[in-house]
Structures are given as C-alpha cells and as structure tokens.
Write a protein that binds this ligand. Sequence first.
Ligand code: UD1
Length: 424
Amino acid sequence: MDSLLIRGGRKLVGEIEVSGSKNIALAVLSSIVLAEEPVLLRNVPNISDTRIKTKLLEIFGAKVEWMGTDVLVDCSNLVAGEPDEEMVRAIRTSFYMIGPLVARLGTLKMPAPGGCKIGARPVDLHLKGLHLLGAKITLDGGIYTATQKKLKGTEVYLDKPSAGATQHIMSTAARAEGTTIINNAAMEPEITALADFLNRIGASIEGAGTPKITIIGKRSLGGGDYKIPADRIQAGTFLLAGAITGGDVTIRNILPEDQTALVNKMREAGAFVDEGVDWVRIGAPSRLNGVNVTTMPHPGFPTDMQQPMAATLCVAEGTSIIEETIYESRTGHIMELNRMGAQIRQESGSAVIQGVESLRGATVYASDLRAGAALCLAGLVAEGETHVRNIHFIDRGYEAIESTLNALGADVQRVTESELVKVR
Ligand code: UD1
C-alpha cells in the first residue's frame, strides 16, 4: 500500500489552481440519473470517490466515458442494477442516489452506505423527505428497498440543515409532480451548485443557498453540460499549507466568498490575507497566534476544514480551542498530531491546543480524509521525516496531493512499502 514521505521544513510559496469539487461532483453524479439525455460534465476531479461513483452509475445502466477531467454520462436507458455491498460502502453518497433512481426506475435496491468514520451519520432526514415525497423505503439486512408509484410535491422541514438531505430531497423533488418546499435547508455552496446543475438540465429550482428552497417538479429532465466549480476544501487546505510553513500561497480560479470563514479566522490568527475576484492569498510572515474555532453549517466555519485548521494551530503561539459541533468523532487526527509533538487534549467535545514551537516527524496514520490532510500539513512543518500511512483516505478527496504540495515547494514523495525501505 502507498504512503507519503514528507521531508518537512520548507516554506510553501506560489500560486496554484485546485481541481473540481469532490462534494459537488458527487452530488451531481448522484442526481445525474434524472437526466434522460446525455450530460457532459467538465472539471470532474479524478479521485477514487468519483471513479467509484461512475462505476455505480454503470451498474444502473448509464454509459460513462471519462476523457481526462471531462465525463460524458448517458442515463437515457437505466436498469434496476444490483450494486455489490463493498462498492456501495466505499462511499457515503451512494445513498444519495436512491431518490433520483427511484424517481426514474420506480423501484430499486441499494446496500446501506459507508464513507469516512467521523460520527454516527444518520440518514433520518433523507428518509423523512423521501417518504413525504411519496417514496417507500425499507431497510432489511443492510439493504434499502425503495419503491414509488407517484412522487408528489410536498413541504419538508429539516430538523438540521443537512447538506446531504437537502441535496437528496431537492433532486428527487425535481421530478415529482407539483411544488416542493424545503424549509431550514442547508446553505452550503454545494447546494447552490447542485441546483445550478439541475436547472441546466431542465429543473425549476429557486432559493438554493437560502434556508427556503422551492422546487417545481418536471415530468422529465433532459441533458446538457455543466462545469464542476473548484473545490473549496482543497483550496482551504493548500492555503493552510502555506500558512503553517510560514510561506505564502495564492489559489486562483476559486470563489473567495467560499473561504470567508477561513480567511477571517486566519486574519484573527495574524496571517496576511488578500483576495480578488477569483483568488485568495494567505501568507504567514511571522508565527500565528492561537484562535478559537467552532464548526457550524454554512456560512459558519466548515467542519471539513476543522482538522487542517487544528494542525495549523498546533504550531501557533498560545492556546486555541476547537469545538466540533457537526461530527462527534471527527477527532482521529488528535492522537497522531500528538505523536508528532503537538499538545492537544480533548475536553468535553472540544480540542484544546497548546501551541508548541516545533513538531517532529513521525510515522502517523490517517483515520479519515481530512485527518489525513491535517497530518500532511503537520508533516510539512515538522523537523525531519513524516511518514503518513493509510493515504487511501487522502486520495478520496485530493488528486495526487503530493504533486500539488511539491508545486508549492514541498518535498513529498508517494512511496510503496519496498520503495520506503530503499529511500530510508
Ligand atoms: C456533507 C459533505 C461532508 C461535510 C458535510 C457538512 C459530501 C459527500 N459530504 O456530508 O464533507 O462535512 O456535508 O458540510 O458532500 N444528519 C442527521 N440526519 C440526516 C443527515 C444528517 O442527523 O439524515 C446530521 C449529521 O450526522 C451531521 C449533520 O446532520 O451531524 C450534518 O450532516 P450533513 O450536512 O448531512 O453532511 P453530509 O451530507 O453527510
């Protein structure tokens, strides 16, 4: 199995672009089965999650052609395929296909989902919305069976503004008869992007990006083309890679408003921040100060940036408190960072970080995607070599992370077990 060998101590400086957004691509690929004509998706990140997702689409009869980062998907003839459990468990968003698929097929079976182990991750809000739309969904032996005779528009109130449930209900409602209103909807940029995609293929959705979304259902949706916007979490991660090393990184071709929570926190921590119409620059000419961070639904501080931010604050001056309010178990990075000399203690749902002057390289294990990103950041600033294992988690969200970091001046090598013996 591959791992990453990071030789720390280099300042990361430069300008880069990031790939298309993983979470937008996955949301679009979940709802693409609604399109009865071919769809050309551009700027699709070539990562394990999107590859698995397109394989799942093929099981349900879609024709998929990858051409670099363009993907042509033709769902004109779908079949009630039976995906194997292992494939479905590899990604959580397999579950988000149930609504759009049942809208097209009338009935289907889908094993229960997997994904990163960062909390209980219930799906009750998805099920509530789909039931209100008229779908019957039962779970038996780890397999969901979904059926519907006719989907009808409805009014849904989400007890929590869940991104996944908002996407799932919004896309299913796009093909239900009549009008659906989602109240207390999630406002993440991924919701707005999905609505843009659905509207491009003929849906009628208003209010995405606000707490109230109105969907006027259509009898059928067509095809078209859509460019996946840049990945805001990758952008944030690489901005922090500059900051943690005392460097200066600019990310181009992004939406600066997606980085508002991060750039404000980084300013508060003493970083230099500049931004233009489609770029953000963060530099850290001197040691950062500790800051407190609470994760919140958008536009609050994104939970996906919590672990990379924690790594950055490990070497800041003073104490930082990080409160994770979205996922109770998003803590797998803490023990590993402490192995590198960080001083983090867990206190009733919060991580209290006492900043240290330096970290030391060690062998560490990624427990999930963003924990893996956090360990890479720590490795960039640590003295000596850091060996990050379990990098299949990192590959789920960052396409060849070593190439991007090296383009900014890092020394990161992807190595196999036998190569590791040789390079050491
Ligand atoms: C998506 C993102 C993930 C990000 C998260 C929050 C994808 C593939 N993943 O995950 O990277 O961290 O948004 O921005 O897009 N909840 C319920 N019941 C439900 C659904 C969710 O209680 O039916 C809870 C969850 O346990 C969590 C909170 O709601 O505590 C938010 O989850 P949600 O926004 O749904 O996250 P995901 O869509 O799973």
